[in-house]
Design a protein around this ligand. Structure first.
Ligand SMILES: Cc1ncc(COP(=O)(O)O)c(C=O)c1O
Length: 453
């Protein structure tokens, strides 16, 4: 066990400590990789040397290093090594974190970490929640509770509202819980890519007049595209007045509440009925680590708790916290451990500084781009995201640029579409990224393809 374990630790340490010197990642050709790996299981043991050789040849080189300091695509995953060791411990002890009986220490630690999150988000004492795999599951878990609370699970005629900048996981969650496309109002966002209050109000009035049942508004606390934050306080007031559930998708941005300027930008988040929050994004945790919070944790319990006869021993003591009563999973791992360990290890000041660095790097990138004549800013630095476009380039430029970036491997940025036009986007939340790397990356992108493209 020790020999295998040390080897694993050495491999991880070698990887993470030399990441910046390696290509940002690689994508294999399916015609080559699938046959290499789609092989039958061996009838008898093969040697660790051979196992590691295969992993190092076929698996680990063929991935995007989302923790790489020059990975600016999508939402990076700037994990930290303490969190990785937390995962190893959770897995090594094989903690059953579904019930107090299965892991009272784990359940108590999860309560403690969730309570930190509750305080950062300004939620009241009765708020609570639990760890889930990520933002998609957090959105689903919250929307099921919203449906149960507001609609008694009956969705006929119910209508949901959100801006066209909302993450696709929200639509998927609504699909899962039985909403049809005609029950979803995807409202065109305003010039700052925020949910426009006047259109929202008009749409709700129209729907009520048509005999429908407006039910929930999903607001963004940091959109994936531009980092935009919907007018949270106004949406909250509107939802109160109209008796609508307010869910905030803060999978990307809510963690910024630990930092002063993040807290100011997120004002109003504390008024939400439910919130998604992803420590595996801007709280520097390894995958999978998402979190759902409800303003009233009892709503989660009312939604999810089922007491079968084989769990009678679990449910005997009402003072005990059983995570399985608050969400979809029964058997679940101990995700809170890595968050708790890394926060203990580094301290909150380090986390706040790391987050501030992310804000500043996006501003640095924006300033640099403004000095580059071939490029124009589309959305300024906001919550660690900046979007920009090559002057004069048509839509064919961006896929070619993407392929060129992958071929070269120095860094990676990806594109998105804003107002019908493709833009390039940097998400700069990795605390290990330096200003020099931002400069080098932008100069490199500038040189990758000829200007006339
Ligand atoms: C705003 C937002 N919501 C939800 C998600 C989905 O989260 P996950 O990929 O952790 O399921 C993302 C992922 O990037 C996101 O940016």
């Amino acid at each position: 066990m020790r020999a295998l374990g040390y080897r694993v630790v050495d491999l991880i340490v070698e990887h993470v400590s030399s990441l910046g010197d390696k290509p940002v990642g690689a994508k294999a050709d399916p015609a080559i990789l699938r046959p290499a790996l789609l092989t039958p299981p061996p009838p008898s043991a093969i040697s660790p040397d051979e196992i590691f050789a295969r992993l190092e040849r076929d698996v680990f080189p063929n991935m995007m290093n989302v923790s790489h300091p020059r990975f600016f695509a999508f939402v990076p995953g700037p994990s930290n090594f303490v969190s990785v060791m937390g995962d190893a411990l959770a897995s090594g002890f094989n903690v059953f974190n579904g019930s107090w009986l299965g892991g009272s220490g784990a359940a108590a630690l999860e309560l403690a970490v969730i309570d930190w999150f509750r305080q950062w988000c300004g939620f009241p004492e009765e708020a609570g929640g639990l760890f889930v795999s990520g933002g998609s599951m957090a959105n689903l878990t919250a929307l099921v509770a919203a449906r149960h609370t507001k609609l008694d699970d009956r969705t006929t005629g119910a209508v949901v509202y959100y801006s066209d900048q909302t993450h696709s996981s929200v639509e998927r969650a609504l699909r899962v819980i039985g909403f049809l496309p005609e029950q979803i109002r995807r409202i065109p966002s305003d010039a700052e890519f925020r949910l426009p209050m006047d259109t929202l109000a008009r749409q709700v009035t129209e729907d009520r007049a048509a005999g429908l049942r407006p039910f929930a508004v999903i607001a963004n606390a940091g959109t994936t595209n531009t980092g935009a934050i919907d007018p949270l306080a106004q949406i909250a007031a509107f939802c109160r007045a109209e008796d609508l559930w307010m869910h905030v998708d803060g999978a990307y941005g809510a963690a910024a509440g630990i930092n002063e300027r993040g807290r100011a930008a997120l004002a109003g988040i504390e008024l939400a009925d439910s919130l998604s929050f992803d420590p595996h994004k801007w709280l520097f945790q390894s995958f999978e680590c998402g979190c759902v919070l409800l303003r009233d944790a009892a709503r989660l319990k009312a939604t999810y708790r089922i007491m079968p006869e084989y769990l009678a021993d679990v449910h005997r003591n009402v003072a005990e916290f059983n995570p399985c009563d608050y969400g979809i999973q029964l058997t679940r791992g101990f995700r809170a451990l890595k968050v708790w360990m890394s926060i203990q290890y580094f301290g909150m000041d380090a986390f706040r500084a790391a987050m501030e660095h992310g804000f500043e790097l996006a501003e640095f990138a924006e300033a640099k781009l403004r000095r580059m004549p071939q490029w124009e800013i589309v959305t300024p630095a906001q919550m660690g995201i900046v979007t920009f476009r090559r002057r004069g380039a048509d839509e064919r430029f961006y896929p070619k640029l993407h392929d060129a970036m992958l071929r070269d491997g120095f860094a990676l940025a990806t594109s998105t579409i804003l107002n019908g036009r493709t833009v390039l986007r940097l998400c700069t939340i990795n605390p290990r990224t330096t200003e020099l790397e931002i400069e080098q990356t932008l100069d490199w992108i500038d040189r990758l393809l000829p200007a006339e493209m």
